[in-house]
Design a protein around this ligand. Structure first.
Ligand SMILES: *[C@@H]1O[C@H](CO)[C@@H](O)[C@H](O)[C@H]1NC(C)=O
Ligand SMILES: *[C@@H]1O[C@H](CO)[C@@H](O)[C@H](O)[C@H]1NC(C)=O
Ligand SMILES: *[C@@H]1O[C@H](CO)[C@@H](O)[C@H](O)[C@H]1NC(C)=O
Length: 419
C-alpha cells in the first residue's frame, strides 16, 4: 500500500485506540511528521486527509461498522456478528468473571414482551414483562418494540431468565424495579433502569404457583437477595431512591459489567450488614463499567466477601469510590480513577471502621491509573490466597480503560449490522 495510505491507517488506529499513553502518541506523531514530509510534502493536503479519515471513521463508528475488536473481551465475543439478532442466545457464552456461568434463559424458548403495562401484580397479563419473568421454565425474554415500563410493584424474577433489550429502547422507570431473590441464572442486558421508587405493602406474584405479601421495598434499580449466577451487562442505571445495584444475604457468583451509572448517591452495596457473616461467600466482579456524572459514593461499598474491581472508568465521585467494612477483600486492578477537584475527596477508598475491625483488611491496587490527585490506601496482605479468591479475569492495562468502557451502558444495536 502507498505511504499515504499507511499514514492514514496509522492515524485511524491511533484514533481507534483512543489515545494510549502520551509517550506513544508523541512517538507516532513524530514519525508521521517526518514520513509526511517525505511522502506528501504538503502539510495542508495531509491535514485535510487526516481530518477526512477521522470524520469517516467517526461516521462509520456511529453506523456500528467499526465497533468490533475493541479489546473488550465480553463485547468482542458477540458484537461483531451482524446477525446478532438471529443468534441472541450466543450472548450467554460471553460472560466472564465470577458470574461467568450464568446461562439465563439460554436453554428455553423466546418470550416476546408486547405490552408495557403492569396492571395486576398478582395475575399479570400474557405479553407483559411480569408474566414473562415469573414463569418456571427457562425463557429468553425480548421486546417487540420500544417501551417504557412503569412497574406498580417489584418485578420478582424466577430462575433461568434473560432479559435482552438489544435492538429496542426499553426503560424500566418511575416505579418499582427488579428483584432477584433466592433465584439463580439471571442475565440482564440492555435496559435503561431509572427513577425507581419504594413500593410494597401489596401482594405480588413470584411464580405461577405462588404469590405473597411484600413489605416496602427500598427503591433499588436491581436488588439481588440470596441470588447466584447473575450477569448484569450493558445497562444504564440512574437516579433511584435506594441503590442502583445491591447484592446481599449470601448472594454470589455475580458479574456486573459494561454498565453506565450516573446521577445517584449510594451506587452499589455488596454485603448486607457487618454482622451478617454469611456474606463471606460473596464473590463479585465489577468490570468495564463507567461510573459517571452525578455519582457520590459506594462504587461499590463492600462487606465480608471477595470483590474484583477491574478495568472500570471512574470519572465522577463526590465522597469516595470504593468503600467497605467488616474485612472485605478488594482487588482493584487496571482501573482509571479521576479524583474530583475537592481536596478532601481525593481518596479512592473509604474504610467504615466499626468496633472489632482493625485496619488489616486486604485491599490492594495494582496497575490502577490515578488522576487529579486520586490515591488508593492499600492495607493487609500483599499477596496470597486471599487475592486468589478475588481474582476473576485478567486485567488489561489502565491505559486502555477509555477504549474498553467507551460503549458502557445501553448499546444502540441495529438489525443486520454488527452492534
Ligand atoms: C516512517 O518512516 C520511517 C523510515 O522510512 C520508518 O522506519 C517508520 O516506521 C515510519 N513510520 C511510520 C509510523 O510508518
Ligand atoms: C472518506 O469518505 C469519502 C466519502 O465516502 C471518500 O470519498 C473518501 O475517500 C474517504 N476518505 C478516507 C480518507 O477514508
Ligand atoms: C432524580 O429524581 C428526582 C425525584 O425523585 C428528581 O427530582 C430529579 O430531577 C431526578 N434527577 C435527575 C438527574 O434526573
Amino acid at each position: 500500500m502507498s505511504i499515504t495510505l499507511r499514514l492514514l491507517t496509522i492515524f485511524i488506529s491511533i484514533l481507534l485506540a483512543n489515545v494510549v499513553s502520551s509517550g506513544e502518541v508523541k512517538h507516532e506523531l513524530k514519525s508521521l511528521v517526518s514520513n509526511s514530509t517525505m511522502a506528501v510534502g504538503d502539510p495542508e493536503v495531509m491535514a485535510s486527509k487526516v481530518h477526512m479519515s477521522i470524520r469517516n471513521s467517526t461516521e462509520r463508528r456511529k453506523l456500528g461498522y467499526l465497533s468490533c475488536g475493541t479489546g473488550n473481551p465480553i463485547d468482542d465475543c458477540w458484537r461483531c456478528d451482524q446477525n446478532w439478532q438471529r443468534h441472541r442466545k450466543r450472548l450467554a457464552e460471553c460472560a466472564i468473571g465470577f458470574g461467568h456461568s450464568a446461562v439465563g434463559g439460554r436453554d428455553g424458548k423466546y418470550y416476546i414482551v408486547t405490552n408495557p403495562n403492569d396492571d395486576d401484580a398478582v395475575n399479570p397479563q400474557p405479553g407483559t414483562l411480569r408474566h414473562a419473568v415469573i414463569q418456571d421454565e427457562p425463557l429468553w425474554i425480548v421486546f417487540k418494540r420500544d417501551m417504557v415500563i412503569t412497574l406498580k410493584q417489584e418485578l420478582i424474577m424466577n430462575s433461568f431468565k434473560t432479559i435482552d433489550a438489544r435492538g429496542v429502547n426499553v426503560h424500566i422507570a418511575n416505579g418499582a424495579c427488579i428483584t432477584i431473590q433466592y433465584v439463580t441464572n439471571i442475565i440482564i442486558h440492555g435496559l435503561h433502569i431509572h427513577d425507581c421508587k419504594p413500593t410494597g405493602n401489596a401482594m405480588v406474584r413470584s411464580s405461577p404457583s405462588h404469590y405473597g405479601w411484600r413489605t416496602m421495598a427500598d427503591g433499588d434499580a436491581i436488588s439481588i437477595f440470596g441470588g447466584s449466577h447473575i450477569w448484569i451487562d450493558h445497562n444504564s442505571l440512574s437516579n433511584c431512591t435506594d441503590g442502583l445495584i445491591d447484592a446481599v444475604i449470601g448472594s454470589t457468583a455475580i458479574t456486573i459489567s459494561n454498565n453506565l451509572f450516573t446521577h445517584h448517591n449510594e451506587v452499589m452495596l455488596l454485603g448486607h450488614s457487618d454482622s451478617y457473616t454469611r456474606d463471606k461467600v460473596m464473590q463479585v466482579t465489577v468490570a468495564y463499567n463507567h461510573f459517571g456524572e452525578g455519582l457520590v459514593q459506594r462504587m461499590p461499598r463492600c462487606r465480608h466477601g471477595y470483590f474484583h474491581v477491574v478495568n472500570n472508568d471512574y470519572t465522577h465521585w463526590e465522597m469516595y469510590a470504593i468503600g467497605g467494612s467488616a474485612n472485605p477483600t478488594i482487588n482493584s486492578q487496571g482501573n482509571r480513577y479521576l479524583a474530583p477537584d475537592d481536596p478532601n475527596a481525593k481518596q479512592v477508598t473509604k474504610r467504615v471502621i466499626s468496633p472489632g475491625n482493625s485496619d488489616d483488611w486486604n485491599w490492594r491496587s495494582e496497575g490502577d491509573l490515578m488522576l487529579n490527585g486520586a490515591y488508593f490506601t492499600p492495607s493487609g496482605a500483599e499477596a496470597g490466597d486471599k487475592y486468589a479468591k478475588a481474582l476473576s479475569l485478567s486485567a488489561k492495562p489502565s491505559s486502555v480503560v477509555a477504549t474498553l468502557t467507551s460503549d458502557a451502558g445501553v448499546l444502540t444495536c441495529i438489525r443486520g449490522r454488527p452492534c
